[in-house]
Ligand binder design. Structure first.
Ligand code: NDP
Length: 420
């Protein structure tokens, strides 16, 4: 029996909410709150028409404003808040949860909307020099809440999507059941889906394009090695998808895994991209359309990447037209009982199956299901621990069981092809 406040009602949120409704033993009441409340109302109607037993209400909230979130939390009195809005809102929602002493869950690492803001920029430039990677996001802002969350007796579960989220649980699971020591992890994210557009992003365009146009980096012997965007390319034959080009990216779970598993000498993250996507992205970048700095256009200030977002298809609308499968997982190298060992744990997800079940494509699905699972485990008390943690810091077994139960079954291959 629990009351959940969900903030955000985009592609990922719509899957997470529908999955919460399938797990109605844990989620008995939900408030769906977002900037555009009509999306929440439409989803509430859909679930009620399907006969859900979950008591659903909706609300408008501006999650950039701590006071607005605090007011909503005080009115609704939830047991936990699931943040499936944007990474820009992580800190405001965490502040509100702290003030109201309510558990907090999200799927993505904090990053600021305005990367030119002078105080943030100064701290960012210092961090780039000290840590050696230049991504706009890092865990320091959210890890800084550790003591405050401990004192308040509340849990902050960070990054319970697929990557980060499930990929970090795969690491904890491999360590618990298959290895004495893990030496290297390659996280491979393959989207073999085709939506038929020349260019579209599978989740929020602004967040997605910021991530993939940035420098790459990987973790080796306790420090970062940074690369130019798309500098390192490999080809991999993905089970159930086939051969794809993949490129090394910086990705947030590397930072948490590097800290929490110091024995792991090398951690890399690769994502597949088709040539059309890369060509479009390069052109858009070359003409300044990926910029986050406002420009003046005919007397009005606009942010180029936000204007681009308005032109691109809404990721939540890609469901009916996307065919093909995703394959996301981790390849491990290490030792067990003094012998060398390799292992691949992955999930394959079919875009059209997701659409048939929930009306969404597989990227939203593979993120929304783990968002529900992490939230459920916090609410059930299995992953409740005052402080702020990533998903690799808890017992992986109940999470792995729920992946099988809620639509993301995984495969263990003890003889995988490695990435060179
Ligand atoms: P969308 O853009 O589809 O949805 C974002 C939602 O948040 C929208 O409903 C939007 O409202 C709402 N929102 C935005 N700003 C505010 C605000 N200030 N106050 C209240 N609501 C707001 O994004 P996605 O669903 O694609 O992504 C959601 C999250 O999931 C992101 O943080 C993304 O980074 C993360 N993600 C994580 C992955 C993982 O594997 N870990 C993979 C993919 C995504 P409106 O409708 O008004 O715009």
């Amino acid at each position: 029996m629990s009351r959940l406040l969900v903030i955000g009602c985009g592609g990922v949120a719509q899957v997470a909410i529908q999955k919460c409704a399938q797990n109605s033993k844990v989620f008995t009441e939900m408030c769906l709150a977002s900037r555009t409340v009509s999306k929440c109302d439409a989803l509430k109607d859909k679930l009620e028409k399907q006969g859900t037993s979950v008591k659903i209400t909706t609300a408008t909230v501006n999650a950039d404003d701590v006071a607005d979130v605090v007011k909503l939390i005080k009115d609704y009195k939830p047991d936990a808040v699931l943040n499936v809005a944007l990474p820009y809102q992580d800190l405001t929602i965490m502040d509100a949860c702290l003030e109201c002493k309510v558990d907090y869950i999200d799927t993505a690492n904090y990053e600021p909307e305005d990367t030119d803001e002078p105080t943030w920029r100064a701290a960012y430039e210092k961090r780039c020099k000290e840590k050696g990677f230049t991504a706009y996001f890092d865990y320091s802002y959210q890890w800084a809440y550790m003591d405050k969350f401990k004192e308040a007796g509340i849990t902050g579960l960070l990054g319970t999507g697929f990557d980060p989220g499930v990929t970090s649980v795969f690491v904890a699971y491999a360590k618990k059941h298959y290895f004495d020591e893990i030496e290297s992890v390659d996280i491979l994210d393959c989207n073999g889906g085709d939506h038929g557009y020349a260019f579209a992003t599978n989740f929020n365009p602004e967040i997605n394009l910021r991530e993939v146009s940035a420098n790459g980096s990987y973790w080796v012997n306790g420090h970062w090695v940074e690369t130019k965007p798309m500098e390192i390319k490999r080809v991999y034959d993905f089970p159930e998808v086939g051969q794809k080009d993949m490129y090394l990216l910086h990705h947030e779970e590397i930072e948490a895994l590097g800290r929490n598993f110091p024995e792991i000498k090398k951690i890399r993250f690769f994502m597949t991209f088709g040539q059309s996507y890369l060509d479009h992205m390069r052109c858009l970048e070359d003409v300044g359309m990926l910029s986050t700095s406002p420009i003046n256009f005919e007397g009005k200030e606009i942010v180029p990447i936000q204007f681009l977002k308005a032109l691109l298809p809404d990721p939540a609308s890609l469901g009916p037209r996307t065919v093909g499968k995703t394959n996301i997982g981790c390849i491990f190298k290490g030792t067990k009982d003094g012998k060398e060992k390799t292992l691949y744990i992955y999930n394959v997800c079919d875009h059209q199956e997701c659409y048939k079940e929930l009306g969404s494509q597989a990227i939203s699905y593979t993120t929304g299901v783990p968002a529900m699972i992490g939230t459920s485990l916090v609410l059930e008390g299995k992953w409740k621990k005052p402080g702020v943690y990533t998903t690799d810091e808890f017992d992986p077994d109940p999470y792995m069981e729920m992946l099988n139960e809620y639509g993301l079954p995984w495969v263990v291959d003890e003889n995988p092809v490695l990435v060179d």
